[in-house]
Structure formats: structure tokens, C-alpha cells
Design a protein around this ligand. Structure first.
Ligand code: HT7
Ligand code: ZN
Length: 876
């Protein structure tokens, strides 16, 4: 792959007016006729040729205004079609014919087949695998689509927009026609055809239009789409109420397919989903599955305005639609569930995924300036850090200022392909604010480190806060400018009340937010007595690392009194981190691990506090993960020691809290039939974490085995199975439960994925053999991305001791797997390879093995652009 630079952006020479596509479906030889109407852009050199993109295409026909074009007037290769001697200004029509083979398309980009269903995935550059086209997001046109196919095999034939009509065609064949009046880029095109079941509903928009809602699934799975439909209707309503956004076609369709590279895709009026994020019932889906379905249905629906109506000028602007849409889906889930608990989950995810990316060789700005393979930029930095940047704009401008900016954005840019600058300008214009310094968040990679110290002067009643920011060097960015960091804070008195200063000096403070804008800044608050405890970065107002040597006593004070629940969780987590990292150091130096009693009592107090919601208490009890601890330690990491220290802390908490855990296990069973609502899910999560602690305190599998036998829903069943398999892998109870589980759900691939990933994440060096054996299981289908992610992905991403075994065997195994996956599906291979992104922070021997495995990949004779890009950046 060539390097693409943001600075090289130029508009196209030709403007596309209309697109008219006809597909004659055939599993191995689908004919695509594409009629395109173009005209030359004003001012463009009249001799400039038209250059269209292709990918593995063969041209089999080319007409200019319905006449055959002499071969001297064009050049066709698999990657491009170049047409010369075109009119200087009048519109002209090109008809391009290609034949493609959906059955042979294992990359799952372009038109492919999944379980007998025709399906497309065009973002980012998949449309060029269907026909020659100006395949870039700033080329917008209305599309008319005609699909012709075998009638019996394709009772369902779908595309974007509104249905025009359909009927029998000739013997055994039928056609369907669709028209999408909203000009769109090619990446939002979709076609689905095959024999599918459908769930129907309707939605009345705020101005009274009735929209037909349809979710297509495999026959027999219709009942499992009910929750997705409910989530869709709630999303549509919420977008009207919160953002004033109404749906704009007379039909909205979702199709669930079993082979898909990512979670879902927001094609205009025809979203295509990984079936994992549509199908759910209590027997087969966990509470987490339900929450994911709700969030992803909302996310794709919200793209209708943030992504589709207003799209990206080029792929460097990806965060314009993704960061903003993640922010919107986060807000939606916060409104549907508990805001504080949702925020905790978001921050956990951000810190465990985005922070490591930002601290490693794959670090890049939220708005990158160059790429070799765009598929590798659908990252947690673009999505989740992009969302945090949007959240900070909302924090800076306040609710009404943010709304004014969003309203202006929708009004000013509807129907356009725009940039991050256009977006930010709307907030500046609507609020008369200068966001120049703030915009560095889009351009500078790396997680800022804010070093904090404080001083209290009793005699003058003044509290001084010294803040210093440092943004670490990242690939291509050795030095950084100071950023505008909005830090939400509170000064908590000894009785728990919040202190209000009479005056502030040294910088801007608006309401509860302090604005750090210089490299070093001192804020002095007066009228404060007695000494307050500082709670900083409440609700995680800025995605930064804090270096603040707060005493355990102060942390426990925040954990007990802060009015921001998120901050209470954050303080407990800080306390846990202190104990866990000290535990690792003690183990390394042969000392016995002891837990600080202040930590244990703060934790158990929160867990037992009945005024707090159960979901929050469960989050409090969920200790930082092994990779979180590794990140906190910062380097020379030994995953075995980290695991051992964490186990020891879990054991200490379990022993100290045994009576509480017994009580929670008894009390937290929701009454009545299973319901996926947030309150019931919170009770289950508290009960299940109590079960997990009891397995330590009682040192027995008995209770988990009983819970497994008694479970009447997948959440409880999978949790009990995880405790058995992870804590007592060699017990007959674990073996039997794994067998029972798999035979009970035989034939349900999504449940089989849980079975694969529970086993792939059993700690210890034995995991590799287990994974190898499972790969030989008939249920493991190497061509299905969900299976590969569940088994190989879970092992590499979520089994620190198993994957990082000291002899390096698992790295070599992963290298072989990456090379094998890469032959079929480069995107999937590249993504799984990113599991090694933190290899440099391992201790020397492991880092050495990891390095050799990466070299083994880099030296392979055939390597996709996707994997080459990742491996080379990781080795740089
Ligand atoms: N916008 C969608 C991204 C996506 C995608 C990208 C590359 C290859 C396959 C893909 N499937 C979906 C999903 C989203 O963020 O909503
Ligand atoms: Zn998205």
C-alpha cells in the first residue's frame, strides 16, 4: 500500500450526478451494470481523464452515452479504469459492466455470501470490489438499484432507500427496485438478497410520518430480534428528543448476518449487523449482550444523521462520524440505564483499550494525517478517544452551548462531506469561542500526563493546586504543545460537604471545571477551611493520566463522600491500584503480600452500602484487570507476577468480605422471570461477583457448581461456568459443566463462541494446548470471524498469563495464525495482531520472544497491506 497524506487532498475532477446499478445475482458470477452520469467540474483542465477505482476487477463492457468506447480511449487494470477525451462541460453517461464472484470473496469486503445470503460491506473501500467507481466519501449521488435474482432462492432483495417495486422477471427469476433520494457516498451502499425471516414494526416520527421497521434474520430466529426492535424504536425516539433528529425515509431495515468483519454497518436505510449484536433471548444472551445490542443498534441508527446526512470529506475525518456517534450512543445508554455506571464502564474500556494504544507503537492522533491502510484506522483512538473529545466540547460549552453548536452543524452541513475543522467551527460560531488550542486534541497523539500536587495554608484558608501537563512522544510526534484540559473537581470537607471557595486565582475555573491550559499552572482557592480533600477529574472530564500521590486516607474519604459516584469508584480503583502494584513488587522481592486495611474497609463499605445501586457496587468490587495493572506498572512487566498479586488481593478481599458476599449472593437474586433491564442486570452482576469472591473464600467449586445447575438465564450460567473453568480448571465439575453447556446449546454458534472464549481465557501456560485442541473442534469454523475472535482473539487479547507464557510459544502460535488468517481475511488478521501492541512493555525475555514472532510475520513472502502496515509500525 501507498501512503496517503491528508495534505494531498484534492476534490475530484468530475462530479457524479446519478448512479443506476443493476445486479444479476449469481453465487459465483454476478453481473453488475453501472450507469453513471458525470460532468466535469468547473475550471478543471478539459484534457484531464476520469480515473475510477477498482480492486480485483475485470472490465467486461464500457459504453459512453450508450455507444461502445474505442479501446484507445480507456485503460482498465484490476485497480483502476481511466477514461480519456471526455466532454469539457456537458454531462455524459458511462455504462460499466463487471462480473464478480461473491462465493469466492473471503475478505468479506464488497459483495459476498454468508450462509447462502448475498450481502455487501462497502466501508471503507469495498465498493470498488463491485464496480469501477470514484470510491471516496466526498462523491455523493442518489442511487437507483435493480436486483435480479433466482426467485426461489431470493424472496428477499433489499437495497438502500425506498422500495420502488418488484415482480416476476422471467422464468424463475424476480426483480426488485430501490431508490435512495438522499445523495450518499459509495461506502453507504448496501445490497442484501436471499431467503430470510422478517420481524415487522412501525414508528411514527415527530412530524407524523410512519416508518416501516424491518429486521431480517435467519428463519426460526425471529423471536430473538424482539429486543433489537425495541432498542431501535427507543433510539429513534431519543434522537428526536435529544438532538431533534428525525428519520428521513419511509422504511428502515436491519439485516443480521453471521459472517461480518466488525459489529455492524450504517448503510443508508439498510443497516447490516453481525448477528451477535441483534439476536438475544434470556436462555442464550447475557446482560452484557443485551447492553451491547442496545448500544450498537443505537450507534448505527444515530449514524443516519452523523455520518450519512453529514458525511466525511475523506477518511482522515473518520472521527467526525465515529467519535461523534460513539458520544451519542454513550449518552443514549446513559439515559436508558444508570449514568454513573455507564460512565464507569466507558472509562474502564477507554483505559484498557485506548490508553495502551496511545502509549504504544500504534499511537496516532484522533484525526490522523497519514495512513497506509485505512481499515487499520477504525481504532479505539478514533472511536473512543474521539468520543471523549466530543464530550470535552460539551463540558467546555455547557449543555446549551453544545446544543447550539450541534444545531448549527446539522443546519449548515446537511447533505455535505465535511471536515473536523467544519465541525469545530460550528461550536466556535454558535458560542463565540475560540477553540484553537482545544483542537490540539484532534492532532496530538498520546495520553497527557497531569502531575498534581497541593498545599493547604491553614492560617489564610487558602488551598493551592499545582498542575503540570506532559504529553508523551508518539510515532512521528516527538514534541507536543500544551493542551486545553478541562478538569472537573471538588473540594471535599472533613464532614463530606463540598467546600465553595470565595475566590480563585491562577487560571480559569467555570463552575466545577478547572481549565488547565499552560504547561504548568497554580490555582489558588481562598476561603477554604479546614483542609479539603481534592477530588479531581470527576466523571473523567478529560482522558488523561493523573499523577497524584494522594494518601489512602484521602482516597478513602473521596470513596465515601464524593457526590459524583464515578469519582467514588475512581478513588476505590486508585486504592486498589496502590495495593495491586505494591503486591507485584512485594512478590518480586519475595515479601509476603499484605493488603492495606483502609483499602479493604473502603471497598467493602461501598459494596455493602444499600443506598447505592447494585450495578455500582458490582463495579466497585471488580478489581482492575491484569492488563490494567501492567499499564500502571509501566514496563518490564511479568504477567505471572501480576496474576499472582491480583489473585492474592482477590483472596484477601474475599476473606475479609465473606459474610457480606454470602449475604449478597442470597439477597441479590432478582425476583420473577428474567428481564434484561438495567436494575435486574445490576443485581445479577453483584450476585455473580459475590459468587466469584466466595469461590476464593470457601476455596471450593461447590457453590459455583450449584449456581451452574440452578441458573435459569445465560448471564448466571456463563458466570458460574467461568468461575468453575477459571478457578478450578482441573476439576471434574469444570469439565462436566463445560460439556453440559456445549451440548445444551449445540448448534447455536453465538453460544459456542462463549464456550470458546471462556476456555481460551483460562489462566496459565496450559491455555495454548487447549486453544489448539479447540481449533480442531468441528464447531470451530476458521472462515467465520466471530469464531476466530472468540477463540484466537480471546486468547491473545484476554489471557495475559496464557498468551505471554515465558517460553514464547504462544507468540509463535499467534504468528502462524495471523499468516493463515491473512490469506482469507486481511482485516481480521490485522486486527487480531494488534493484541501484541504492548509487547515492548514486557520483561526482556518475553519481549525478545515477541519480537522474533513479529519478525516471523514481517518476513513472510505473502502479506496483505493490512498486516504489513500493523507489523511494520509495531516493529519501528
Ligand atoms: N462504520 C462502520 C465501520 C465498519 C467497517 C469498517 C471497515 C470494515 C468493515 C466494517 N464494518 C463496519 C461501523 C460503525 O462504526 O458504525
Ligand atoms: Zn460508527
Amino acid at each position: 500500500g501507498q501512503i496517503v497524506n491528508l495534505a494531498d487532498y484534492r476534490p475530484t475532477d468530475f462530479i457524479l450526478e446519478r448512479v443506476d446499478l443493476t445486479f444479476e445475482l449469481d453465487p459465483t458470477n454476478t453481473k453488475v451494470d453501472s450507469r453513471l452520469i458525470f460532468h466535469r467540474r468547473e475550471g478543471v483542465d478539459p484534457s484531464a481523464p476520469l480515473v475510477l477505482d477498482g480492486d480485483e476487477l475485470t472490465l467486461s463492457g464500457l459504453l459512453f452515452d450508450q455507444n461502445e468506447l474505442p479501446t484507445s480511449q480507456y485503460d482498465a487494470t484490476p485497480e483502476s479504469l481511466i477514461v480519456r477525451d471526455l466532454p469539457a462541460s456537458e454531462p455524459f453517461e458511462l455504462t460499466i459492466t463487471t462480473y464478480i464472484n461473491p462465493e469466492a470473496n473471503t475478505q468479506l469486503m464488497g459483495l459476498y455470501r454468508t450462509n447462502g445470503i448475498y450481502c455487501t460491506q462497502c466501508e471503507a473501500e469495498g465498493f470498488r470490489r463491485i464496480t469501477y467507481f470514484p470510491d471516496r466519501p466526498d462523491v455523493l449521488a442518489p442511487y437507483t438499484i435493480t436486483i435480479i435474482g433466482d426467485k426461489a432462492a431470493n424472496p428477499v432483495m433489499l437495497s438502500n432507500g425506498n422500495f420502488l417495486g418488484g415482480a416476476g422477471y422471467d422464468e424463475g427469476r424476480a426483480f426488485a427496485a430501490w431508490f435512495d433520494p438522499h445523495p450518499k457516498p459509495s461506502y453507504l451502499f448496501a445490497l442484501v438478497a436471499g431467503d430470510l425471516g422478517v420481524v415487522d414494526d412501525t414508528f411514527e416520527t415527530m412530524s407524523g410520518n410512519e416508518v416501516a421497521l424491518k429486521i431480517y434474520v435467519e428463519h426460526g430466529k425471529e423471536a430473538r430480534a424482539a429486543y433489537a426492535m425495541d432498542a431501535l424504536k427507543r433510539s429513534m425516539k431519543w434522537d428526536e428528543e435529544r438532538f431533534g433528529r428525525e428519520y428521513d425515509l419511509n422504511i428502515f431495515q436491519i439485516v443480521a448476518v453471521s459472517d461480518f468483519n466488525m459489529g455492524a454497518m450504517e448503510n443508508k436505510g439498510l443497516n447490516v449487523f453481525n448477528d451477535k449484536y441483534v439476536l438475544a433471548d434470556p436462555e442464550t444472551a447475557t446482560d452484557q449482550d443485551y447492553a451491547n445490542i442496545e448500544a450498537i443498534i443505537a450507534h448505527e441508527y444515530f449514524h443516519n444523521w452523523t455520518g450519512n446526512r453529514i458525511t466525511c470529506r475523506d477518511w482522515f475525518q473518520l472521527c467526525l462520524k465515529e467519535g461523534l456517534t460513539v458520544y451519542r450512543d454513550h449518552e443514549f445508554s446513559a439515559d436508558m440505564r444508570s449514568r454513573a455506571v455507564k460512565r464507569i464502564a466507558e472509562v474502564r474500556h477507554l483505559k484498557s483499550e485506548q490508553f495502551p494504544e496511545d502509549a504504544g507503537p500504534l499511537a496516532h492522533p484522533v484525526r490522523p494525517t497519514k495512513y497506509r491502510e485505512i481499515n487499520n484506522f477504525y481504532t479505539t483512538t478514533v472511536y473512543e478517544k474521539g468520543s471523549e473529545v466530543t464530550r470535552m466540547i460539551a463540558t467546555l460549552l455547557g449543555e446549551s452551548g453544545f446544543k447550539a453548536g450541534m444545531d448549527l452543524y446539522f443546519e449548515r452541513h446537511d447533505g455535505q462531506a465535511v471536515t473536523v475543522e467544519d465541525f469545530v467551527t460550528c461550536f466556535e460560531d454558535a458560542n463565540h469561542r475560540d477553540l484553537t488550542q482545544f483542537s490540539l486534541w484532534y492532532r496530538q497523539a498520546g495520553t497527557p500526563l497531569v502531575t498534581v500536587s497541593s498545599q493547604y495554608d491553614q492560617s489564610s484558608g487558602s488551598f493551592t493546586l499545582s498542575l503540570e501537563q506532559m504529553i508523551p512522544a508518539t510515532p512521528g510526534q516527538p514534541t507536543k504543545e500544551p493542551m486545553h484540559i478541562p478538569l472537573s473537581f471538588a473540594l471535599i470537607s472533613d464532614n463530606g460537604a463540598l467546600a465553595t471557595p470565595t475566590a480563585v486565582k491562577g487560571g480559569e475555573v467555570t463552575g466545577e471545571v478547572l481549565h488547565l491550559t499552560e504547561r504548568q499552572q497554580n490555582f489558588t482557592f481562598s476561603g477554604i477551611s479546614p483542609r479539603p480533600v481534592l477530588s479531581l477529574n470527576r466523571s473523567f472530564s478529560a482522558p488523561v493520566n493523573l499523577h497524584f500521590d494522594q494518601t489512602p486516607t484521602d482516597l478513602a474519604h473521596i470513596a465515601r463522600y464524593d457526590t459524583d459516584l464515578f469519582a467514588r469508584w475512581q478513588a476505590l480503583t486508585e486504592l486498589a491500584v496502590l495495593n495491586l502494584t505494591q503486591g507485584v513488587r512485594d512478590l518480586k522481592t519475595g515479601k509476603a503480600l499484605t493488603c492495606d486495611p483502609a483499602f479493604l474497609s473502603a471497598l467493602l463499605e461501598a459494596a455493602g452500602d444499600e443506598t447505592l445501586e447494585p450495578a455500582f457496587r458490582a463495579q466497585a468490587l471488580t478489581l482492575p484487570s491484569e492488563s490494567d495493572i501492567a499499564r500502571e506498572l509501566g514496563g518490564n512487566n511479568d504477567p505471572e507476577a501480576i496474576h499472582a498479586a491480583r489473585q492474592a488481593v482477590l483472596y484477601a478481599v474475599a476473606k475479609e468480605g465473606q459474610p457480606l458476599f454470602l449475604r449478597l449472593f442470597e439477597d441479590m437474586k432478582p425476583a420473577g422471570a428474567y428481564s434484561p433491564d438495567a436494575a435486574s442486570a445490576g443485581k445479577r452482576s453483584l450476585r455473580n461477583i459475590a459468587l466469584s469472591y466466595l469461590s476464593y473464600a470457601e476455596a471450593s467449586h461447590a457453590r459455583a457448581a450449584e449456581a451452574f445447575a440452578a441458573a435459569d438465564n445465560m448471564t448466571d450460567l456463563a458466570q458460574a461456568l467461568t468461575v468453575l473453568a477459571h478457578r478450578f480448571p482441573d476439576s471434574t465439575q469444570a469439565t462436566e459443566a463445560l460439556e453440559t453447556f456445549q451440548s445444551r446449546f449445540e448448534g447455536n454458534a453465538l453460544v459456542t463462541d462463549k464456550w470458546f472464549s471462556i476456555q481460551a481465557t483460562i489462566p496459565g501456560a496450559g491455555a495454548l494446548e487447549r486453544v489448539k485442541q479447540l481449533m480442531a473442534d468441528a464447531r470451530f469454523v476458521a472462515s467465520n470471524p466471530n469464531r476466530v475472535r472468540a477463540l484466537v482473539g480471546s486468547f491473545a487479547f484476554s489471557n495475559p498469563t496464557g498468551f505471554n507464557r515465558a517460553d514464547g510459544e504462544a507468540y509463535r502460535f499467534l504468528a502462524e495464525q495471523i499468516l493463515a488468517i491473512d490469506q482469507r481475511n486481511p482485516q481480521l488478521a490485522a486486527r487480531i495482531l494488534t493484541s501484541m501492541r504492548s509487547w515492548r512493555s514486557l520483561e526482556a525475555q518475553r519481549a525478545d520472544h515477541a519480537h522474533s514472532a513479529l519478525m516471523q510475520i514481517e518476513r513472510a513472502t505473502v502479506l496483505s497491506a493490512d498486516v504489513r502496515d500493523i507489523v511494520e509500525r509495531m516493529l519501528k
